[in-house]
Write a protein that binds this ligand. Structure first.
Ligand code: PGA
Length: 256
């Protein structure tokens, strides 16, 4: 990882209760000197994370501040509650809620407008991967975000992050699912970085997501273009998540 980019390890609890001990004083969900840490709980647990001083955000937020959108909350509401982050475009949302690239781009802008740090998630499915369409799909998903970043010279890279999540590597509860190899992930991350506007290339954090765990985090995080992780399954196991954060911390120290 580039010494100028501080690693971010984010836990995505999806539709699961907060793991026991998440709010302990020595909880791995607390940010450290060299590593930013954040959590994405269900809406029901946001307040508990905020009260425990754990940086967090919603797994989804609408761009409209209020309105007739049954079942949703808005980015503005999450910000008012005290959230610092927001997920945008997770593959579960794309698959089960049919969110489009354009809708996700609006969420991204709304998060920034409300002083939340959006983590824009994107990645190819297994069939797209097998059909050799990875680069084509990533370019299509990224295009609206690149347009936004290109038009906002004043938008510094500390106000957003990207997360490359190859859908075929996401564990969906299977602890034995292999992650992308660190070599393959690095190649894609470098390509993604090259697609960003020149003024944002060196400073933008690009996280990797998809079966990151204690046993493979150090190798993935050692890659020069991997700037952290979006962690699902392993974020529900406090000890495993702690190993990931510790690997990130070591990496940060090595980078001075
Ligand atoms: P996983 O999930 O770490 O369980 O593969 C990652 C994600 O879906 O964000």
């Amino acid at each position: 990882m580039n010494p100028k980019r501080k690693l971010l390890i984010a836990g995505n609890w999806k539709m699961n209760p907060a793991p026991a001990g998440f709010d302990a004083d020595d909880s791995p969900f607390r940010s450290r000197k060299n590593v930013d840490v954040a959590v994405f709980p269900t809406f029901l647990d946001l307040r508990r994370c905020i009260d425990a001083g754990i940086p967090c955000g919603p797994q989804f937020g609408r761009p409209e501040p209020t309105g007739a959108f049954t079942g949703d909350i808005s980015m503005a509401m999450a910000a008012k509650l005290g959230c610092q982050y927001a997920l945008c475009g997770h593959s579960d949302r794309r698959q089960f809620h049919h969110e489009t690239d354009e809708e996700i781009a609006k969420q991204f802008v709304a998060a920034i407008d409300n002083n939340l740090i959006p983590i824009f998630c994107f990645g190819e499915t297994e069939s797209e991967h097998d059909a050799g369409k990875t680069i084509e799909v990533l370019k299509r998903q990224l295009q609206p975000i690149i347009t936004i970043l290109t038009g906002s010279l004043s938008l510094t890279a500390d106000r957003f992050s990207l997360a490359y999540e190859p859908v075929w590597a996401i564990s969906r509860g299977d602890p034995n699912k292999p992650a992308a190899t660190s070599k393959d992930a690095q190649e894609i991350h470098a390509l993604i970085r090259s697609l960003l506007p020149k003024d944002k290339q060196a400073s933008t954090r690009i996280l990797y997501g998809g079966s990151m765990k204690g046993s493979n985090a150090a190798e993935l995080l050692a890659q020069p273009d991997i700037d952290g992780g979006l962690v699902g399954g392993a974020s529900l196991k406090i000890d495993d998540f702690r190993k990931i954060v510790e690997a990130a911390e070591k990496n940060g120290q090595n980078n001075g």
